[in-house]
Design a binder for this molecule. Structure first.
Ligand SMILES: Cc1cc2nc3c(=O)[nH]c(=O)nc-3n(C[C@H](O)[C@H](O)[C@H](O)COP(=O)(O)OP(=O)(O)OC[C@H]3O[C@@H](n4cnc5c(N)ncnc54)[C@H](O)[C@@H]3O)c2cc1C
Length: 410
């Protein structure tokens, strides 16, 4: 274990930063440990913001931990404090109150922020990233007519929650299908049909061009000239990694803070984890905006900060809850993938993607509650083992993935 006299400083008290701090202590490292969080609240989970918090606004905030637990573990939590600079020569972090903090090692876990809508009047659109955004989003999902720009996971979750409140929802998406970045076409169209059955309308393959305001009404003009009148506009068009500190400190940044397999940046004393980092996977570098990635990277970052040399190896996985169903996606489809569908007796649907060699590379499942979870977990093991699987067996709901694994070749 590393010399515990050297302070560890963590910038960002979200999923990755907070979990890293807690795990470092669980590992028995007992040196000085500081967690800097610019939000004026105890660390909390973001996924419920577009789910339970919108359907049941009085539901409690899902905290990751409390200030008192952090205190009990001797983690110096600087709540509401922003890191504004990193001096790598003298190994200090400067804060927005003009103080400085020395570090032996540093973790940058600054996450990402909602991408602003880059069009005229784009600042009329509300975005959702932090707990302080909730009031405005709640008000928007309860208006009579809501326009959501962006049909990714968060946009669709917001559309589903607005439907719960009886709001007329129209979703505008530049791509030709919803969820085009994350789900195979067959799964994406299934999800869109579920929304359409509830009365949500979609304008696909079309960009929002301008947002005008008249009194408390908005007019969203689309690239095809159509004008949508509505009471509120929400933009959910992805996020931008918070890398400015790293860039200013001269670290390598390319759509995220570039790290190696041990999550070390171009300065070995500085690690990065979560939404803000770009890490090696499948022969290139990727940046994920997913809860489990942030969580699992925290575990690896904590061990490496405490002196280990562990590689982060992952198969991407995320979930989304909309209406009464949950969708889970694991793996990354490759170019030229063949999709195989499976429909089960309990109405769960799966899409498995096989690469040109017949290796299972991705799977997505949609079902009520957690009905898809078990199969997706089994699919993850097949993906991890790079198994060549029989498409006919994958399509047959009477053949379990466990049985497929037993006979699969690698
Ligand atoms: C509305 C919403 C719903 C989501 N739903 C899902 C889902 O269903 N499934 C899923 O897999 N993922 C979901 N995600 C994504 C998931 O929440 C993120 O991937 C995860 O929170 C990333 O964790 P992180 O620690 O990297 O970043 P964050 O959780 O963003 O934490 C970073 C923290 O650093 C702080 N910070 C930034 N700069 C500084 C600075 N200079 N000084 C101090 N503090 C700073 C930020 O304010 C923030 O508190 C959702 C995200 C959102 C916003």
């Amino acid at each position: 274990m590393l010399n515990s006299a050297e302070p560890i400083v963590i910038i960002g008290a979200g999923e990755s930063g907070t979990r890293t701090a807690l795990t470092i202590r669980q590992l028995g490292w007992d040196g000085p440990l500081t967690l800097i969080g610019e939000e004026n609240t105890a660390p909390y989970e973001r996924p419920p913001l577009s789910k339970q918090r919108l359907s049941s606004p009085d539901s409690p905030v899902a905290t990751i931990t409390t200030a008192s637990e952090l205190h009990d573990r001797r983690i110096d939590f600087l709540q509401g404090r922003r890191a504004v600079g990193i001096d790598r020569t003298s190994q200090v972090v400067s804060l927005d109150n003009d103080s400085t903090l020395p570090y032996g090692q540093l973790l940058i876990a600054t996450g990402s922020r909602a991408r602003p809508l880059p069009i005229a009047g784009g600042d009329h659109a509300i975005t959702l990233r932090q707990i302080t955004d909730i009031e405005r989003v709640l008000e928007a999902v309860r208006t009579p007519r809501l326009c959501v720009i962006g049909a990714g996971l968060i946009g669709l979750e917001i559309a589903a929650q607005a439907w719960v409140h009886g709001t007329d929802v129209i979703v505008v998406e530049a791509a030709d299908e919803v969820l085009s970045r994350v789900a195979p076409p067959a799964m994406a169209s299934l999800i869109r049909h579920r929304h359409e059955r509830s009365g949500v309308s979609f304008v696909l393959g079309t960009q929002a061009h301008r947002i005008g305001r008249h009194n408390d009404q908005y007019i969203v003009t689309l690239s095809n000239g159509t004008a949508i009148e509505c009471d509120r506009v929400i933009a959910a068009i992805g996020s931008i990694p918070n890398c400015e500190l790293a860039t200013d400190a001269g670290l390598l940044v390319a759509n995220g803070i570039v790290v190696d397999d041990q999550l070390r940046s171009s300065d070995p004393l500085i690690l990065s984890a979560g939404d803000c980092c770009s890490f090696p996977a499948a022969g290139s570098h990727v940046r994920l905006e997913a809860w489990r990635n942030a969580h699992d990277q925290a575990n690896v970052a904590a061990q490496n900060l405490a002196g280990s040399h562990i590689s982060y190896v992952t198969v991407p996985w995320f979930w989304s809850d909309q209406y009464d169903f949950s969708v889970q996606v694991v793996g990354t489809p490759s170019a030229g993938a063949t999709d195989v569908e499976r429909h089960t007796h309990d109405s769960a649907t799966f899409v498995f993607s096989l690469d040109v060699d017949g290796v299972l590379v991705a799977a997505s499942g949609l079902g009520t509650g957690s009905s898809a979870a078990k199969t997706i977990r089994a699919a993850q093991m097949l993906i991890e083992d790079r198994c060549i699987v029989d498409p006919a067996a994958l399509a047959d709901p009477t053949v379990s993935l466990r049985a497929i694994r037993k006979t699969a070749t690698t």
